[in-house]
Design a protein around this ligand. Structure first.
Ligand code: SF4
Length: 136
């Protein structure tokens, strides 16, 4: 296929085509190892900027932190751009069965996010009852 993502154990970096660029160059992986931490000219200022940035992110992104990108499902559905049935449609009539609230209330297990991110927008879900009653 002509597209690819960069994966780790839990996350995927799919946007922007970086995975395809890696593939086109036959680069299979990037491994990083080490024990040294980075240096900054002004560690106290850097720490303050980091704290301020985290606070701003949490204030502005509380809903995003709670629901992750599923918060956008209803917006996309209203705009007729929600990939539905392999994008044969852009609107899903039963959106309330799979939207942010449905996922949070019916399937949520825990938050997960990228290293050191205060938002942790990743949501881990599981199907608690078999069979899963998603729309056909
Ligand atoms: S966990 Fe944080 S850094 Fe990772 S995708 Fe979500 S908001 Fe971005």
């Amino acid at each position: 296929m002509r597209f690819a993502t960069i994966m780790n154990k839990h996350r995927a970096a799919g946007r922007g085509g970086a995975g395809a660029v890696m593939g086109s160059k036959n680069l299979k992986a990037i491994a990083v190892k080490g024990r040294l931490s980075g240096t900054t000219a002004d560690p106290r200022k850097a720490a303050q900027i980091s704290r301020d940035g985290g606070k701003m992110a949490m204030e502005g992104g509380a809903a995003f932190a709670k629901y992750g990108s599923s918060i956008a499902l209803n917006v996309f559905n209203e705009a007729n751009t929600l990939p539905t049935r392999n994008f044969r449609a852009g609107h899903f009539a039963e959106i309330e069965r799979i939207d942010d609230e449905a996922l949070k209330n019916g399937f949520f297990v825990k938050d997960r996010g990228c290293f050191a991110c205060p938002l942790k927008c990743g949501n881990v879900h599981t199907v608690k009852e078999e069979p899963c009653k998603l729309p056909s």
